[in-house]
Write a protein that binds this ligand. Structure first.
Ligand SMILES: *[C@@H]1O[C@H](CO)[C@@H](O)[C@H](O)[C@H]1NC(C)=O
Ligand SMILES: *[C@@H]1O[C@H](CO)[C@@H](O)[C@H](O)[C@H]1NC(C)=O
Ligand SMILES: *[C@@H]1O[C@H](CO)[C@@H](O)[C@H](O)[C@H]1NC(C)=O
Length: 399
């Protein structure tokens, strides 16, 4: 999460890197090294002093050389662990739906975005009122607590107590009837693969990538392990670091000075308003989670995907259960930081290799990502309301 301050610093990155050292480089180069391979090994850039900037032209070269049919074929056997993301679809199963209308009152101070407030028409004829206002939901079926503990008791007929913790260290309060976390094993899962984290955002996405600076990074919580990892990588590659950690652009909030077209309006004050737009100018975005925790894949990665950049990712070991095939560079799969940086540089100089990291979006190859998006914060209201309805609403057992 980007707003809350989790209590525990990370101690996971160092062991993770050591583990990574044991694992071999996974790339198009090594995956298909033989001449019989369906994919050409990338030719050295014919003019390495003029790295490409035109993304659309790169797509066209990829279409001519490889194209969607071969890409789809290459990934048709691709499997992710489908249990890592909850099924919401339920096979269209509507049996067991109880009350047809559920209201959820979001309690107390919380980062849950205001624009989630809505009256939703959900599947199975269920309507779902989700609001922060007691004036709209004076007799809610459920109360949602996020930064504060739910009441320790609940009588039958009282609203259900829902507790949400999306941090890596997620922990039920012990007083909830329903627990929401990022993991598939929680009562209701909420992945970070949603679009509603921010109330506003500039949607300008650059069709041109910088040729002088390859990597975007921005972090303002300078955890020692993350900083060490970022420093060792970024020292090997031309980059811009916009946050407080390892800042090299002459101060904070420089993104709008670099990219004035990213401003939403004159009074633009939040860094997240222009984050995607700024990222979109770079071929790569470095994304390092606070901890390497199973299934904990956060907006750090999804911002980069949403902005049309390619994440260089360090984090959840099962990240592939949450992203499309060939959409990210999994840093932990390289035997050294040097190897990673030379791989990134060679992809940056090869329009076809680079375009292949965008092929999933252009060809509709989603892997488990479609599921991860369907189980995100965006759809949480309907999914929670359905859960409440299936439990019988306020009449559900008391603990
Ligand atoms: C980078 O791109 C600019 C145009 O955006 C061009 O003028 C410049 O020559 C390019 N530099 C390199 C090294 O390719
Ligand atoms: C996919 O699996 C099928 C059946 O197991 C196999 O015949 C085929 O070669 C595989 N395709 C690829 C691209 O790996
Ligand atoms: C699949 O994901 C579930 C939920 O995270 C996990 O419990 C299980 O161990 C995973 N299975 C494999 C084969 O990784």
């Amino acid at each position: 999460m980007f707003i809350k301050i989790p209590s525990k610093p990370s101690h996971y990155l160092a062991p993770m890197l050591a583990f990574a050292a044991a694992v071999l480089l996974l790339s198009r180069f090594l995956e298909f090294p033989t001449p019989s391979s369906p994919f050409p090994t990338p030719s050295p850039n014919p003019n390495p002093n003029f790295p490409f900037i035109d993304l659309i032209a790169a797509y066209k070269s990829w279409d001519a050389e490889i194209g969607c049919p071969r890409f789809r074929d290459k990934y048709k056997n691709w499997t992710a662990n489908s249990s890592a993301v909850q099924d919401f679809d339920g096979g269209g199963e509507c049996d067991g739906i109880g009350t047809r209308h559920v209201s959820v009152l979001v309690k107390g101070w919380t980062w849950i975005p205001d624009n989630l407030d809505n009256l939703y028409s959900c599947r199975c004829g269920l309507s779902c009122l989700w609001t922060k206002s007691r004036a709209l939901a004076d007799r809610p079926d459920a109360l949602l607590f996020e930064n504060v503990m739910p009441p320790s008791t609940r009588r039958k007929g009282d609203p259900l107590r829902v507790y949400m913790d999306l941090e890596a260290s997620r922990k039920p309060s012990g007083f909830e009837d329903i627990f929401i976390g990022y993991h598939a094993k929680d009562d209701v899962q909420s992945t970070y693969a949603g679009s509603l984290f921010h109330n506003s955002r500039n949607y300008n996405i650059s069709p041109e990538k910088r040729n002088d600076t390859l990597v975007y990074w921005s972090s303002s919580r300078c955890l020692p392990e993350r900083n060490r990892l970022a420093k060792s990588f970024l020292s090997l590659i031309p980059h811009h670091s916009f946050g407080k950690c390892l800042n090299n652009v002459g101060g904070l909030d420089m993104a709008l000075a670099f990219y004035p077209e990213c401003a939403n309006r004159k009074s633009d004050i939040h860094w997240w308003d222009h984050l995607h737009c700024a990222m979109s100018h770079y071929k790569f975005v470095l994304a390092i989670e606070n901890t390497a925790t199973e299934s904990y894949v956060t907006e750090k990665l999804y911002y980069a995907l949403d902005s049309g950049s390619v994440p260089i990712y360090f984090g959840a070991p099962n990240v592939w259960d949450f992203v499309p095939p060939n959409s990210i560079i999994d840093g932990s799969k390289f035997s050294s930081i040097e190897e990673l940086s030379s791989y990134v540089k060679s992809v940056a100089n090869d329009p076809v290799a680079y375009a292949e990291f965008h092929a999933w979006r252009r060809c509709g190859v989603m892997g488990n990502y479609g599921k991860a998006r369907a189980a995100s914060l965006d759809t949480l209201p309907c999914r929670l309301c359905e859960f409440v309805s299936r439990k019988g609403g306020r009449n559900w057992r008391t603990l």
